[in-house]
Design a protein around this ligand. Structure first.
Ligand code: G1P
Length: 288
């Protein structure tokens, strides 16, 4: 079955970005001129997704407002000849079907994904954590094809120094990695102590999951940090059937902290055809 739907958990309070996130959700912070959330949606669309479920909080109404039509701005842009920008604005939320569900309490990533169960239904789906930006859609696309061919869930992976594993979900591979970066996964654990970590391969914020994960989530008890952890439901899936990970070397930016966000913006701006060259000159003048 083709992977056509994606869940974007976006109900968090963004405490690592206060006071900016007091009024602007972190998912709408700009990467040059585009909200991070839009880049996440573009990545999903590039991997063949045409239905997005955003799990948000009633205290973040501007996420929903971003997808509302903006007639006044559009007519202003058109009357001043800025047609390309008008077209771009008009496409927001139109190139893909966007649905919202509310998570009323911050009970964890597993709980956030479970909130989308009724809207997703009985089909495989992607999960994209909006704190992480990818250079392109290739990883998600590879993961979706792998889920379609194996019939099992797939997670994105990254190799990190052992000192960093305790901040992530960590997998226990049961095979060597093949030339496409694919490994089979025996099991996984959320935020282990270094000495308990089964490998140095962490789960990054990209998942393609089979819908039986919703039944597993119903049984998950609060785990690491007292939260309902997605990793705990995935461990139950891996115990029952095929489960794979994919290691990719595409660019990946962690935009969840001010430094990570700034590094992402600088990197992406340097590669931007419109402003990259001038921005590069400015940076060199500042650091030389
Ligand atoms: C979540 C997941 C964790 C994963 C991480 C990737 O953790 O629970 O397994 O490794 O995202 O960013 P969080 O960052 O929400 O603590």
């Amino acid at each position: 079955m083709q992977v056509r739907a994606a869940v974007i958990p976006a109900a968090g309070l963004g405490t690592r970005f206060l006071p900016a996130t007091k009024a602007v959700p972190k998912e709408l912070l700009p990467i040059i001129d585009t909200p991070a959330l839009q880049l996440i949606i573009d990545e999903a669309v590039g991997a063949g997704i045409d239905r997005i479920v955003i799990v948000t909080s009633p205290s973040k109404p501007s996420i929903e407002a971003y997808f509302e039509p903006s007639d006044e701005v559009l007519s202003k842009l058109r009357s001043t000849g800025r047609h390309a920008l008008a077209k771009r604005l008009e496409a927001i939320g139109r190139d893909v079907q966007v649905t919202f569900v509310h998570q009323h309490a911050p009970l964890g990533l597993g709980h956030a994904v479970a909130c989308a169960a009724d809207v997703i239904g009985d089909e495989p789906f992607a999960v994209l954590l909006p704190d992480e930006l990818m250079g392109d859609s290739s990883l998600l696309d590879q993961m979706a094809r792998l889920c379609e061919s194996t019939g099992g869930s797939v997670v994105g992976l990254k190799r990190v120094p052992m000192q960093e594993v305790s901040a992530y979900g960590v997998i226990d591979p049961s095979t060597e990695m093949d030339a496409s970066g694919v490994v089979q996964i025996r099991t996984m654990v959320e935020k282990p102590a270094i000495e308990d970590a089964p490998s140095d391969l962490i789960i990054i914020g990209r998942y393609v999951l089979t819908p039986d994960v919703f039944a597993e989530l119903e049984h998950v008890q609060p785990g690491s940090g007292g939260e309902i952890q997605l990793t705990d439901a995935l461990r139950a899936q891996a115990a029952k059937g095929p489960f794979h990970g994919v290691l990719s070397n595409i660019a990946r930016y962690d935009t969840g902290t001010p430094l990570g966000w700034l590094s992402a913006v600088v990197n992406i701006a340097l590669d931007d055809p419109a402003i990259g060259e001038e921005f590069g000159r400015f940076l060199r003048s500042r650091v030389s």
